[in-house]
Write a protein that binds this ligand. Structure first.
Ligand code: NAD
Length: 503
């Protein structure tokens, strides 16, 4: 890491970006209005690369949360009555606008969450595809006609929007993870209140308000309340108005949000943490396994729920795999995300950095060896490869959420599966083998919601179900699976002939 790599590349002021609302970003979006911060406290948005404050946003209050849910509730019924093609058109248009704002979004990802250009491209494309798939849901919210065991009765199962949807999202893929809920929710006739993460209020919420506003969404259907999770989070998650409470974030907070949501009879939809294993069997194509391993570990500094958290490598390939992965880690350009060619930016904040560095240090004290990286400067943590790791070491048994690749050896396929499953999480994973049946057997035995053969865990396709088991969450996102969550069914029966009752 050189000083040059941390040069003070100054972004365009965020209020001057084309995507910025006329008020600038220091506002809430309520009932179709950009409401200035006024006398609310300010949340500073800090650029993790330069540590400078790029803007402030309002620290929303419990009263703001109440106003937003009341507004959403008032707007929902009329929105649901709009023809599905009209709802679909607005969702599609908002998705198109995200593409038009792609350059501005790349700047915002860089200054809010340290995202590099590659990650910005990936996230915007994913959000656009999610909007397309979600728009299609508007005309696919089908009911059913069911036979009846009662003579003369007709059974209808009618599908209706769930109502108001609460959305709490994290900072790592803020645009996509928020859009992944609001695009299908709005297409299906729901109204929404979003509380984005305090690090990413723009890309995690306000940008989407701007896109949907421009796309012609009626007032009140989408509302965004920036705010600190530990200040308004409990009030939000236990609110009596929403019917669905969607949360993406850590398992610890997710469990709390889920409990509070259920306490208010809202259905929780929880996408939580992961400890994903990348398994390299003895007959794997080593080059492919290393390529995948590097991408799955170091993309966005390893800060994805579906990043590789542990590499499990057969003992016969172990040394070569470690050496090649270490070469890859050492070759990745690290620096300010706004500098062309940067592939590894800063991690999000000091507490996250300290956690990652602590896991590395504690694991080396217990016998792990640093094969590449291991250093940090400010919030820049070098891509790090550790050998001699066993699955009890802190860097392996915790979700480290950093650019760290602990490599664990194993002897048999059964042992690899046992190590992979030795975690409370069950989100994603990958397995490499030149024998697809063998890889498939391992994939079947992995206790996760998703597994990718001869790839790495970092995959999402908007028409394919996404989600995990155990501490990784409840429910599935995307397409038909989120349609189930964001709608409710009602049984309407029609007794067409007089019915004979027993008395
Ligand atoms: P976090 O749980 O700390 O924060 C997520 C959100 O919860 C933020 O908006 C935060 O303000 C809010 N929050 C904090 N306290 C709250 C409370 N008491 N009540 C309600 N909301 C509260 O998570 P994070 O550290 O920002 O994100 C990283 C975690 O998210 C990792 O564990 C990662 O695996 C997980 N994640 C999961 C997915 C997925 O799809 N499964 C995707 C991305 C991230």
């Amino acid at each position: 890491m050189t000083d040059d790599s941390m040069s003070s590349t100054e972004p365009k002021p965020v209020d001057e970006l084309e995507v910025a609302p006329e008020t600038g970003w220091d506002a809430l979006y309520l009932d179709g209005e950009w409401v200035p911060r006024g006398d609310r406290d300010a949340i500073p948005v800090e650029n993790p690369a330069t540590r400078s404050t790029v803007t402030t946003v309002p620290s929303g209050t419990e009263d703001d949360v109440d106003d937003a849910f009341a507004t959403a509730a008032a707007a929902q019924e009329e929105w649901a009555q709009r023809p599905p093609q009209e709802r679909a058109a607005i969702v599609s248009k908002a998705g198109e606008l995200l593409g038009e704002y792609a350059d501005d979004l790349a700047t915002l990802f860089a200054v809010e969450c340290g995202g590099v250009q590659l990650k910005a491209d990936f996230e915007v494309q994913l959000a656009q595809r999610m909007s397309e798939v979600s728009a299609g849901l508007a005309t696919r919210a089908n009911g059913r006609h069911k036979e009846s065991v009662t003579p003369g009765k007709e059974n209808l199962v009618v599908r209706e929007p769930a109502g108001v949807v609460g959305v709490i999202t994290p900072w790592n893929f803020p645009l996509h993870l928020t859009n992944r809920v609001i695009a299908p929710a709005i297409a299906l006739g729901n109204s929404v209140v979003v509380k984005p993460d305090e690090h990413t209020p723009m890309t995690g919420g306000l940008v989407l308000a701007k896109a949907f506003e421009e796309a012609g969404l009626p007032d009140g259907v989408l509302n965004v309340v920036p705010g600190y999770g530990d200040e308004i989070g409990d009030h939000f998650s236990g609110h009596p108005v929403p019917s669905v409470m969607s949360f993406t974030g850590s398992s610890e907070i997710g469990r709390r949000v889920g409990q509070r949501a259920v306490g208010s009879y809202a259905e929780p939809a929880l996408e939580l943490g992961g400890n994903n294993a990348h398994i390299v069997l003895e007959d794997a194509d080593l080059e492919r396994a290393v390529d995948a391993g590097a991408f799955g570990s170091f993309t966005h500094q390893g800060q994805e729920c579906i990043s590789i958290n542990r590499h499990l490598v057969h003992e016969s390939l172990y040394d070569e795999y470690v050496a090649k992965l270490a070469d890859r880690a050492a070759s990745l350009p690290i620096g300010n995300p706004l500098e062309e060619g940067t592939l590894v930016g800063p991690v999000i904040n000091e507490s996250q950095r300290d956690k990652i560095v602590g896991f590395i240090e504690e694991s080396t004290e217990r016998g792990a060896t640093v094969e590449a990286g291991g250093n940090h400067d400010g919030l820049f943590v070098e891509p790090t490869v550790l050998s001699g790791v066993d699955s009890d070491m802190p860097v392996a048994c915790n979700e480290h959420f950093g650019p760290v690749a602990p490599v664990i050896p194993f002897e048999t396929d059964e042992e690899a599966v046992r190590i992979a499953n030795d975690t409370e999480y069950g989100l994603s994973g990958s397995v490499h083998s030149t024998d697809l049946q063998r890889a498939r057997d391992v994939a079947d035995a992995m206790e996760t919601g998703m597994v990718h053969i001869n790839d790495q865990p970092l995959n999402e396709e908007p028409h394919v179900p996404f989600g995990g088991v155990g501490a990784s969450g409840m429910g599935r996102y995307n397409d038909d699976w989120i349609l189930e969550t964001l709608t409710t069914t009602k049984w309407i029966s029609i007794q067409r002939e007089p019915r004979e009752y027993p008395y």
